[in-house]
Design a protein around this ligand. Structure first.
Ligand SMILES: C[S@@+](CC[C@H](N)C(=O)[O-])C[C@H]1O[C@@H](n2cnc3c(N)ncnc32)[C@H](O)[C@@H]1O
Length: 292
């Protein structure tokens, strides 16, 4: 939906191929998704706990649309210990990662991978969710060109009472203190304003579209990440995230601010991200629970 959504794959992210032209960007995306998962504390359990109030019965078949590296699919498989979980993604590389993580966690018998491009091919979406009790869509719906068409297809394919859970980042992740001790205070705010103008993380309140598609909607509900703040993990995530957004800021942010970002990314600078003690991850997720 947006031209420059965060944590987005390449404009043509190797459509169904593991190692196509978007491979480098896909690696970067996968790394960011894993860092996000590693620093999210119990966010996902809280999101699930809120959403499952609206599930009728224990879900036996769960489908994770746009599963990425599998944060949702694997957390759901651990939460619902008898459910079969299908991770769907158009990227074979992402699905390889899901399967590797499932094996590492002893979940390979219940977590399955389904390659499918859900954007143009609504038939693929329909068959992917057929028979599902719970459909999960995290940081995915805003990536689809026509989310209204996809939601209508999902509504038509789901049995009455099945639940679709839509999750989006409430805002871009924040790491920096207001005053870094170098440059002008408020750098992260200025970066985020530029990125918002460029369409990053642009998604609507999905409730009206979900309702138009025939779902009964609960939410939006917000879950803040009160991460167990592992400083080394936060610094790794901050570094990867700021390196990821740095190219999009070129020519859009004042030169003095770009110079401060470069100091933060210079490994041997005293102010560099891995050397700081003042990083704090602040992020939140918005959740909608939609019953068919
Ligand atoms: C931002 S990631 C989110 C991953 C995961 N759901 C999470 O929250 O950590 C979006 C994922 O959706 C996948 N994706 C984007 N468009 C897709 C499409 N049309 N069909 C299938 N997968 C798609 C991408 O390959 C990527 O893995």
């Amino acid at each position: 939906m947006t031209e420059h959504a965060p944590l987005r794959t390449a404009p043509d992210p190797a459509h169904g191929h593991a190692h196509g032209p978007g491979h480098g960007l896909e690696e970067e995306l996968a790394h960011l998704l894993d860092l996000d998962a590693a620093t999210s504390g119990r966010t996902w359990e809280e999101v699930i706990a809120w959403a499952v109030q609206h599930v009728q019965g224990g879900p036996l078949r769960i489908v994770d649309l746009g599963a990425g590296t599998g944060t949702g699919a694997l957390t759901l498989a651990r939460f619902f210990t008898t459910a079969e979980v299908v991770a769907v993604d158009r990227s074979a590389g992402m699905l390889d990662r899901v399967q590797g993580a499932a094996r590492a966690q002893g979940l390979e018998g219940r977590v399955h991978a389904l390659p499918a491009d859900l954007g143009p091919d609504l038939g693929a979406a329909r068959s992917a969710v057929s028979g599902a009790d719970l459909v999960w869509s995290s940081s995915f719906l805003h990536e689809v060109a026509d989310p209204g068409a996809l939601l209508a297809e999902l509504r038509a394919a789901l049995r009455p009472g099945a639940l679709l859970v839509v999750v989006e980042l409430d805002g871009l992740p924040r790491f920096l203190p207001d005053d870094l001790g170098i440059g002008r205070p408020g750098l992260e705010d200025r970066c985020h304003r530029v990125l918002a103008d460029a369409g990053w993380n642009a998604h609507p309140d999905w409730r009206p579209l979900l309702e138009q598609s025939g779902f009964e909607v609960h939410g939006p509900h917000t879950v803040s990440t009160a991460a167990a703040q592992d400083p080394a993990a936060i610094a790794r995530y901050a570094r990867a995230w700021i390196a990821h957004l740095r190219p999009a800021l070129q020519g859009r942010l004042a030169a003095e601010d770009l110079a401060v970002l470069d100091r933060l990314l210079t490994p041997d600078a005293p102010e560099a991200l891995p050397n700081r003690r003042d990083l704090e991850l602040r992020t939140a997720r918005t959740v909608w629970a939609a019953r068919a």
